[in-house]
Design a protein around this ligand. Sequence first.
Ligand code: SF4
Length: 224
Amino acid sequence: MRVLAEGIRNHKESRNIMGKEKSRVVYWLGDNLYLNITNRCSNNCYFCFRNLKDGIGKFNLKLTREPAVPEIFDDLRDVINRRLWREIVFCGFGEPLMRLDTVLEVTRWLKKYHAATTVRVDTNGQAQLFYRDRDVVDELKKAGVNSVSVSLNAPDQQTYEQVCRPKFENAYDAVLDFVGAARSEFVTEVTAVTIPEVDLAKMEQMAFDLGVKFRRRDYVPCFW
Ligand code: SF4
């Protein structure tokens, strides 16, 4: 969930018969195309943008139900050839890897029919806790994911639990393990929101020590 910018309105689907914005699975901001495939998340971050807004720009990201894979393909077909998108990003009002199989299937489809696309997953990094008997990083790599952006948001477990309020007890360690596994397979970054509880300089050093990029994200104008 990233940049706030004015998107192009898809007139065909932008409003329902009551004149209200319909919820969107595929939306776009700047040069990136985004996929909002779930509103579920294993965190409950106090700064989560979905607690404040219904969407981003003109796009309503509050889903009334999770889209099936063929519906995602249909929505993608409507817009994917409009321009050369810089990245296709799994990022919306929820944790995309709660639907790992959907991420894998859509990524494989993108790589098959739009081979030049770059696929990124924006994640809270906890997927290995939902899929304990699978190798999430390996499956993402084999499907064709190019990069991951992990919302770390804290330099230690105590701060993480305070600001991200995870459902899993050992979530912070799992996120660090995910970053450690991802960094050798993808372009990997960790991110942190600029909130008072988080020492960003410490996080930058932490990212350096982990061998990944670091990116800070403004609290108010950006989300995720
Ligand atoms: S991880 Fe992202 S989607 Fe989940 S609660 Fe936190 S900010 Fe919201």
